[in-house]
Design a protein. Structure first.
Length: 377
């Protein structure tokens, strides 16, 4: 029932030395269009959209609408434009409490995922385990859960006995409530490794790629000035947090021999995640954690989401509902493909701006991408 890491992730589990190459060819941007009261716009047309790369108008080569399918678990062809929901259940940066209420909430999360379209469910602890992959027709814990049915989980006090198997060894969840035992620096580097590995593999898939990351700490800063931020913030960030968990950014500065060197690793990870066109939905899971009310910096969560076109869910007590909201947010997506008119391998950040001629319609998408340097082409 458990899928091996190598069967799904073909990239080597090390920090890549170069960014994914973006040559003078078609680039893909996904966007969410919302209208009045934040409702999704289902009928946007290509002629209503204008795209600028580095401030210059670009010709849209293709314009597609991607919508989630009902029923879930249909085989997804990764070579075709579609919806890819990647859910990362982070047990490396979170110590989950083993209590009935927590087990119920996690079971409810699985219940929401059991009907999701284009889903890949990953469990991160000391290593990465694939619990479900929509590109493979084989058995998985979510397929078994979908066959069993999840209606009982919606009750206020359901009987969890029929769902006890979810947390067994066979599903890969057997050690979920045991702390990973990985020290701070190793945890940070492992997290960055995993994020890059996931991003590099998902970069081969076409369409919308939503990364729903359930954790209490998010050791990644994405933005075109993250190196400067890390160098300037240093221990000032860590001094503002406390408790058993703490803020990984602050911990990173304390345990690293040289903050600037570590910041480069974080910058590389941020660039790869962004260039893979991953839309990040960070879900704060502190209510599921043990012994600490400390939450990752809310500003960090919001920046991480905003820069990639996602939504942050800080301070939530209803984690399963937050996951459902994230899944719903990407259920109607538009995929634009264009070829940069003045492509340059300058290693710089290229901001993207998308506008529409329709009134009362707003867009949310990645703020841009990094072109590779001439030496990394």
């Amino acid at each position: 029932m458990r899928s091996s890491l190598l069967s799904f992730l073909c990239a080597v589990f090390v920090l890549p030395s170069v960014l994914p190459c973006i040559h003078a060819q078609n680039l893909q941007v996904t966007l969410i269009a919302t209208g009045k009261e934040g409702a999704a716009v289902p009928d946007l047309r290509a002629e209503e959209v204008r795209l600028k790369d580095n401030g210059k108008q670009q010709k849209v080569v293709s314009f597609e609408k991607v919508a989630a399918k009902e029923g879930g678990f249909a085989y997804t062809d990764p070579s075709k434009t579609g919806l890819n929901n990647i859910v990362l259940l982070d047990g490396l940066n979170t110590v989950y409490s083993d209590r009935p209420a927590i087990r119920l909430e996690i079971a409810r999360i699985f219940g929401e995922l059991s009907t999701a379209d284009g889903l890949t469910l990953l469990l991160l602890r000391n290593n990465l385990t694939v619990l479900h992959d929509s590109t493979g027709p084989g058995p998985s814990m979510l397929r078994k859960l979908a066959a069993q049915g999840v209606k009982d989980l919606a009750a206020s006090s359901p009987n969890l006995d029929p769902y006890a198997w979810l947390f067994g060894q066979e599903t890969g969840m057997g050690q979920f409530f045991v702390p990973s035992g990985v020290l701070d620096r190793a945890r940070i580097m492992t997290s960055l490794n995993v994020l890059q590995t996931v991003a590099l593999n998902m970069s081969k898939r076409s369409g919308r790629k939503n990364l729903i990351w359930i954790s209490t700490n998010f050791p990644l800063l994405i933005g075109h000035d993250q190196t400067g931020f890390m160098e300037q913030s240093g221990d000032a960030t860590s001094s503002s947090t406390g408790g058993a968990t703490g803020d990984l950014r602050g911990k990173a500065m304390r345990v690293a021999d040289n903050g600037a060197v570590f910041a480069k690793d974080m910058e590389m990870a941020g660039r790869i995640v962004n260039n893979a066109n991953l839309t990040v939905y960070p879900v704060d899971a502190r209510t599921l954690a043990t012994g600490s009310s400390v939450v990752s910096d809310i500003g960090l969560l919001k920046d991480l989401a905003k820069f990639t076109g996602g939504i942050a869910y800080p301070g939530r007590t209803d984690i399963a509902k937050a996951v459902r909201e994230a899944l719903n947010d990407g259920s109607i997506t538009y995929v634009l493909t264009y070829q940069p008119s003045d492509y340059k391998a300058d290693g710089k950040f290229h901001p993207i701006k998308i506008e529409t001629t329709r009134k009362d319609v707003k867009f949310r998408q990645s703020e841009g991408y990094w072109a590779p340097s001439a030496s990394s082409k």
